[in-house]
Write a protein that binds this ligand. Structure first.
Ligand code: PLP
Length: 281
C-alpha cells in the first residue's frame, strides 16, 4: 500500500510516526473519510472544505492549498489503483516535546491512505438496529477531530449489544449517532438535528438534504426528542461509509414492521442517482 505523508507518496513500510506526534499523545488533529466510487472521490470539495474548517477551528494551519491537497490525494488514489473504496486522511498538529500548549510554528503532519471497499448492500436492504445512550461528548461536535473517545466507547456498546449504531441523546434531544447523522420520518416529514455545535454536519446529511429539497419533499431541521424518535414511522442514519442506512429497531421499538420504510427507500434511490450523476460529471 502507498501512503501520502505530507506531500510525498511512500510505501507503507517506509512511513514513520514519531511517538511525540501530538496526534498520538493528545488526539490533536482532524480527519476525513471520503468514499471512492469508480475511481472518483464523492463530494470531494465538501470533504476538503470541512477538513480545512476543522483545522481552522482548532487553530491549526495546513501548509498547502486545498487544490494542492486534492492533487496529491488523486496521485495517491492512482498509486494504489483505487476504483471502489475509501480514503482516510488525517492531519495532526505535528511533533514537539510533550506539553499541553503548543508552539504555533510546528509543522503539521498529514497521513492519507486508501480504505478497503465496505459492502453495505445487505444492511441497506434489510435495515439495521440501534441502541440509545446519553450524549456526554464535548460541545464542539462540529469539528471532525481525532478525539473520538466517547464515540468509540458508545459504539463499542452497540457492538456488544449486536447493534449497528448507538444513537446519542443530550437532554432528551437526539443529536446524532457515534459516526452518523440520524433522521426520522413522521407523517411524510423528514426531520434531523440542525447543524450546530452539537453535531458533525455530515457531508452525506447535507447531500441528502439537497436531494430532499430538489424533490420538494417536506423536511425540518429541528431538534427532536427521544420520544419522537421512538414514535417515528421510519428512522435512518447517514454517513459516508453507510450512505443511507435504514434503522428498523431502536432499543426495543420496531419501526415499520421491521422492514425499511417507503420514504427511506425513496431517499436511497434518489441518493444513488445523485452519486451516479456526480461521478459521471
Ligand atoms: N457524525 C459523526 C459523529 C461522524 O463521525 C460522522 C462520520 O464519520 C457523521 C456524523 C457522518 O458524516 P459524513 O456524512 O460526512 O460521513
Amino acid at each position: 500500500m502507498k501512503v501520502l505523508v505530507n506531500e510525498s507518496i511512500l510505501d507503507k513500510e517506509a512511513v514513520k510516526i514519531d511517538f511525540e506526534d501530538r496526534g498520538y499523545q493528545f488526539g490533536d488533529g482532524v480527519y476525513e473519510v471520503i468514499n471512492i466510487y469508480n475511481g472518483v472521490p464523492f463530494t470531494f470539495n465538501e470533504h476538503i472544505e470541512r477538513l480545512y474548517r476543522s483545522a481552522q477551528e482548532i487553530g491549526m494551519s495546513i501548509p498547502y492549498s486545498p487544490e494542492k491537497l486534492k492533487e496529491n490525494l488523486m496521485s495517491l488514489l492512482d498509486a494504489n489503483n483505487v476504483i471502489q473504496g475509501g480514503l482516510y486522511l488525517q492531519i495532526t498538529r505535528g511533533t514537539a516535546p510533550r506539553t499541553h500548549h503548543y508552539d504555533e510554528a510546528i509543522e503539521s503532519k498529514l497521513i492519507a491512505y486508501p480504505l478497503p471497499h465496505k459492502d453495505v448492500l445487505a444492511p441497506q436492504t434489510n435495515g439495521v438496529t440501534a441502541i440509545t445512550e446519553e450524549d456526554l461528548r464535548w460541545l464542539r461536535c462540529d469539528i471532525k477531530s481525532l478525539n473520538l473517545l466517547y464515540n468509540i466507547m458508545s459504539k463499542q456498546k452497540a457492538a456488544k449489544a449486536g447493534a449497528f449504531e448507538t444513537i446519542l441523546i443530550r437532554e432528551e434531544i437526539v443529536t446524532e449517532g457515534t459516526s452518523s447523522n440520524i433522521f426520522i420520518v413522521k407523517d411524510g416529514m423528514v426531520k434531523t438535528h440542525p447543524a450546530n455545535n452539537k453535531i458533525l454536519n455530515g457531508i452525506t446529511r447535507m447531500k441528502l438534504l439537497q436531494i430532499v429539497d430538489q424533490h420538494a419533499w417536506e423536511y425540518q431541521l429541528e431538534p427532536f426528542t427521544k420520544s419522537e424518535l421512538l414514535e417515528a414511522d421510519e428512522v435512518f442514519l447517514t454517513s459516508t461509509t453507510s450512505e443511507i442506512m435504514p434503522i428498523i429497531k431502536v432499543d426495543d421499538v420496531v419501526f415499520h414492521d421491521g422492514i425499511p420504510g417507503p420514504m427511506t427507500q425513496k431517499l436511497q434511490s434518489a441518493f444513488r442517482e445523485a452519486v451516479e450523476k456526480d461521478i459521471q460529471s
